[in-house]
Design a protein around this ligand. Structure first.
Ligand SMILES: [Ca+2]
Length: 333
């Protein structure tokens, strides 16, 4: 089992920390809508796409959300070349090569479970802009925007923290929306734990999650860790003729190491899609939202504490089934 695969499989294992340490092999388990660039809310997606597959789902969901005007997609937590190739090829498949791609912090090297999809893809062939310094691009998009930018953070905070280090002033101009942490529940509804995005780069997470953002909204494992499509909902997407959904399913097939998409009967946990949902304008009637003061400990745990950072937290589902319907409808059409 390669290192990346191991990381994917151990993402959900912090409820079994001892086992994870002593037995690392233990593991269970037509183009997007045309750009309506003027109407949508300005958004940057910062993603560790290419490790767990849910980032790919989240990017496709974002591309199928005309309410959101995607200004830039940046990579985070290393593997910048591999991640940028995945992003660029997906944007091209969506007919959205107008969206720039930025290589984020953590270094260029490394691959993951979707490498087969991009091994022959040349990033230099991307028709859109590729920023070698994605951190700079993130700062520039935020500072150039006449409206607050929504930063959708769905990976470790390596790139966001570096942007804050270079220009702390971006926080006050930005709405931070993240798939981050674990407040009262952990993976699969289990005990609270150090969530993957936080524990992968704890100093960066502390810098990013405690920064003075204009507004801050997160979906911790309490909510995002429960989303999984199965049955008819999954089959609707698996069998969709839509070009972008087919690209998504092909990536999922490669990541899941299946010979055909027909062998797949359900999704993995789609953590990151909930951050995209939170970024959408309007009320969130499907979620229980609480204003909480959150601290992040040096061990990567989230604690509700009076001196913590005030944020809106999606702590429970009111109607998870209806969210899954929304996700299918958004992706499929
Ligand atoms: Ca992610």
């Amino acid at each position: 089992m390669n290192k990346e695969r191991l990381k994917n499989l151990t993402r959900g294992m912090c409820l079994l920390p001892a086992l994870a340490i002593i037995a690392p092999g233990f593991a269970g388990s037509p183009a997007a809508p045309a750009a309506e660039k003027t109407a949508g809310m300005p958004v940057i997606l910062d993603t560790d796409i290419g490790d767990d597959i849910d980032d790919t789902w989240a990017l496709v969901m974002l591309l199928k959300s005309p309410e959101l005007d995607l200004k830039l997609v940046t990579t985070t937590y290393g593997k910048a070349d591999y991640r940028a190739k995945l992003i660029a090829k997906l944007l091209a498949a969506a007919g959205r090569a107008d969206i720039p791609v930025g290589l984020g912090a953590g270094g260029p090297d490394g691959i993951g479970g979707q490498e087969a999809w991009v091994k022959d893809y040349d990033l230099a062939g991307y028709a859109g802009k590729v920023h070698e310094d994605g951190v700079r691009a993130m700062i520039d998009v935020i500072n150039a925007s006449s409206r607050p930018v929504t930063l959708v953070s769905i990976g470790p905070s390596t790139t966001v923290a570096e942007a804050l280090r270079r220009d702390p002033g971006i926080a006050a101009k930005t709405v931070f929306v993240g798939m981050q942490g674990s407040v009262r529940k952990g993976y699969e509804g289990g005990p609270v734990c150090a969530e993957y995005n936080v524990k992968s780069d704890i100093p960066a997470a502390r810098r990013a999650l405690l920064a003075p953002w204009k507004k801050m909204i997160i979906t911790p494992l309490d909510t995002c860790g429960l989303v999984r499509l199965s049955g008819g909902r999954f089959r609707t997407l698996r069998d969709s003729p839509d070009a972008l959904v087919r690209a998504l399913m092909e990536n999922y097939r490669m990541w899941a190491k299946k010979a055909t998409t027909g062998e797949m009967t359900e999704s993995s946990v789609l953590f990151d899609t909930v951050a995209v949902y939170l970024a959408l304008p309007g009320a969130k009637p499907l979620l229980e939202m609480e204003d909480l003061s959150i601290d992040v400990t040096p061990e990567g745990m989230m604690r509700v504490a009076p001196a913590g950072k005030r944020m809106s937290v999606a702590t429970a589902w009111k109607d998870l089934g209806e969210y899954e319907n929304l996700l299918v409808n958004k992706l499929a059409f």
